[in-house]
Design a protein around this ligand. Sequence first.
Ligand SMILES: [Mn+2]
Length: 331
Amino acid sequence: MESSIHPVLDPEQIHAIETLKGAQRVLLTGHERPDGDCIGAQAAISRVLEALGKQVAILNPDPPELRFGVLSRAIDFGVDQGGPIPPHDLLILLDCSELSRTGALSKRFEEAGSKKMVIDHHIKPLDRWWDASFHDVTASSTGLLVARVANELGVPLDEIAARGIFTSLVTDTGWFKYSNTDAETLALAASLVGQGIDVSKQYMDLFQRRPETHPNELGRLLTSTEFHADGRLALLTLPLNPQGKVHELDTDDALDVVRSVGTIEVVIFLREVRPGLCKLSARSKTTYDVAALASAFGGGGHRKAAGATIKGSLKEASQRVLRAALGNLED
Ligand SMILES: [Mn+2]
């Protein structure tokens, strides 16, 4: 990898690199329901650290989705079963900056007595609870940050690390179409293709192996679309599945369809995750700041993509978010 595609590190990032060099047993973790960026970044950093002779394990609150099968066959993505935390001297949280986002694991991580590090591109919380952090809110994905780390450590990306980082890039840029798609992202993607990543095969693996139920479920979700404020704001809701469990539908395609409506400025999506608890995810097409909206509900994210967890039924949560979102819409 040519070093010129990545920016120069800041002092905090240099400290993070030194902390990585000094660690022997590293434990990786990430947020609940890990997405392609979280899984891809974990796969990549685990290969990079192993190449330096370090022991690496992963312990996540939830397993990777089936579509990340190529990565999860090569990498052991450990899933919390409620047992003790494996021994480690450095815990690295990837793709989020709050330990609480590891759910039931967070208390045991806190009590583990290990050093803590964050590698992330979301807004930094005010409470800097970590010992080291490799943070950049302008980075398109956590996987991009892992590529910077690998470059700094002088470790070439092997096939799995390359796949992991490519998975991160395409997940968080919506296949290179969101506003976070920058020159570094495209240069990195080009170098990954140069080292053998097959773009159309990646697309097939990640997005074209869905079950037969997918089109109808997507249709039902789209049917839930409500337009407000003269079509500037849309709200979509997804209740629990018929078994009363969280509906695991990949909603990106449906949200893209709604976002494609000319008048739309902001799309709000609420997924019921268990009775009385909903996950908000909000996407902006304009200068509308969805991070501010999400933070009003204790969440966070980026100006154009943010989320939060909201107590209440789907109906109650929808009403609260809708009221707040409409209040933030400029005339
Ligand atoms: Mn991410």
